[in-house]
Ligand binder design. Structure first.
Ligand code: HEM
Length: 159
């Protein structure tokens, strides 16, 4: 009886802790707090599609990236509209929008491309140029760069 009541108390305490951390996580979510998500601050899907489209259009013919034969071969084989579709869905989802990314994982999509640190830096330069051209404010630019950075370990070839 005594043991049973201790078990019950521990179970109740555990549930309170789980509920407490779930509520804390929800309270930190901008959508729950009534603050605009990054997706909303960027202006939603219409401007996101334009920025992603310009980004892919700048990446695909880039001579620095295409000096890598694996990237050059892939860009000739994979249609740019396909990349635009998937990258848009990914950005939309990652910024808190209503889309669902259903493409392949980042490691699986890039492992055969042998992407180096300097090619990654080149991509970041192109990305920042496109964001600046579209006058994305510094705060939103920094948040987008954090999202991109979170994929780096899966994309850049290990030395
Ligand atoms: C130097 C950096 C990068 C280069 C050169 C690059 C290039 C490519 C290429 C050539 C493909 C097609 C590969 C194939 O199907 O054989 C691809 C796929 C893809 N990339 Fe990248 N990429 C880079 C970084 C990124 C980043 C930072 C993201 C997103 C944050 C991204 C998102 C995607 C997606 C969503 C796909 C399509 C996945 C699928 O087929 O399901 N890429 N990329």
């Amino acid at each position: 009886m005594q043991t049973g009541s201790w078990k019950t108390r521990i179970a109740v305490l555990g549930m309170i802790l789980i509920l407490g951390s779930a509520l804390t996580a929800a309270a930190q979510d901008p959508a729950v707090q009534g603050q605009p998500t990054l997706y909303e601050r960027l202006g939603g899907l219409m401007p996101i599609t334009v920025v992603v489209s310009d980004f892919i259009d700048a990446m695909v013919p880039d001579p620095v990236l295409n000096a890598n034969p694996a990237i050059d071969a892939a860009r000739k084989r994979v249609p740019a509209p396909y990349l635009k579709y998937h990258v848009t869905a990914m950005v939309c989802q990652a910024t808190g929008g209503p889309c669902q990314y259903n493409g392949r994982g980042m490691y699986e999509s890039h492992v055969h491309l042998n992407i180096t640190e300097s090619e990654w830096e080149r991509m970041l330069t192109i990305f920042k140029e496109v964001l600046a051209r579209h006058q994305v404010p510094p705060g939103e630019t920094a948040e987008l760069l954090d999202i991109v950075d979170s994929t780096k370990d899966d994309i850049v070839m290990k030395q």
